[in-house]
Write a new protein. Structure first.
Length: 259
């Protein structure tokens, strides 16, 4: 699967006839098979970046690429085809309350017009089994706990077997046990080669997993650290030199004390 890339992406929103800047000059490349956490305070621009990366929102300036394909130029059937590459879980509830879990996932498949009904039945069962929620096909969303609903929404995102997952605050308002279950599952999915881009405030789990961490502040990327921690920033070059020098001096002092 191709890489994802934002080049100089800027997005404005109109609020009461005023133009408000959401994100500005975002340059970000996500390679195939990466697991990336997007962090930052509420309103920092995480959702906007996710939507542009997922082809769900076009930047007002700059471009969003899937491989060498500029997603800005995709409309109608072409955009429909593009979206097959992605599985989405947004902050807002995705499940229809008056439809069973089976119907919710079946409708997600039917909307993409992939395969035949027999294959769709198997795909629904496979997606639910993958997130450990087999046996809930005939339940309604109201019959499930919040954690179970989020897992079903993840199954809905996976039902088309997309190579890329776009997840916006998937673990919000969940207890530790549910977050552990979801993070373990996401780690397993990533080990299978699925690219995962996830906006989150779950700092404890970001620190444990030590994946790539991109931080947004007021619509700008302020740090991008591989194997990072929550809120960690890249050391400046002069600090790298200073730290190396201090370590060298400390080692020399120890050697001197041993004499």
């Amino acid at each position: 699967m191709p890489d994802l890339r934002l080049e100089g992406a800027t997005k404005y929103y109109k609020v009461e006839k005023k133009k408000l800047l959401a994100v500005e000059d975002i340059n970000l490349t996500i390679e195939q098979g990466e697991f990336v956490f997007l962090i930052g305070s509420s309103g920092a621009g995480k959702t906007t970046v996710l939507r542009m990366l997922g082809g769900d929102l076009k930047p007002d300036a700059g471009s969003a690429y899937l491989g060498e394909t500029n997603m800005n130029h995709f409309f109608g059937p072409l955009q429909f085809r593009l979206r097959r590459s992605f599985g989405y879980v947004w902050q807002e509830p995705q499940l229809l309350r008056k439809r069973t879990i089976y119907e919710n996932l079946f409708m997600a498949l039917a909307a993409r017009s992939i395969g035949r009904r027999v294959k769709w039945d198997k795909a629904v069962g496979k997606a639910l089994a993958l997130v450990g929620m087999q046996g809930v096909e005939h339940c309604f969303p109201a019959d499930l706990s919040l954690g179970e609903v989020r897992l079903v929404e993840l199954a809905r995102a996976l039902v088309n077997s997309p190579p890329i997952l776009i997840l916006d605050e998937l673990t919000a308002n969940l207890d530790d046990d549910n977050i552990w279950d979801i993070m373990y599952l996401l780690n397993e999915l990533n080990n299978r080669g699925i690219t995962i881009i996830m906006a989150t405030h779950a700092s404890q789990y970001v620190n444990i997993m030590r994946r790539r961490v991109v931080m947004l502040t007021d619509g700008h990327i302020t740090s991008d650290v591989r194997n990072g921690r929550y809120g960690e920033k890249e050391p400046k070059p002069e600090n790298i030199f200073a730290d190396a020098w201090a370590k060298n001096q400390k080692n020399r002092r120890r050697r001197w004390e041993r004499k």
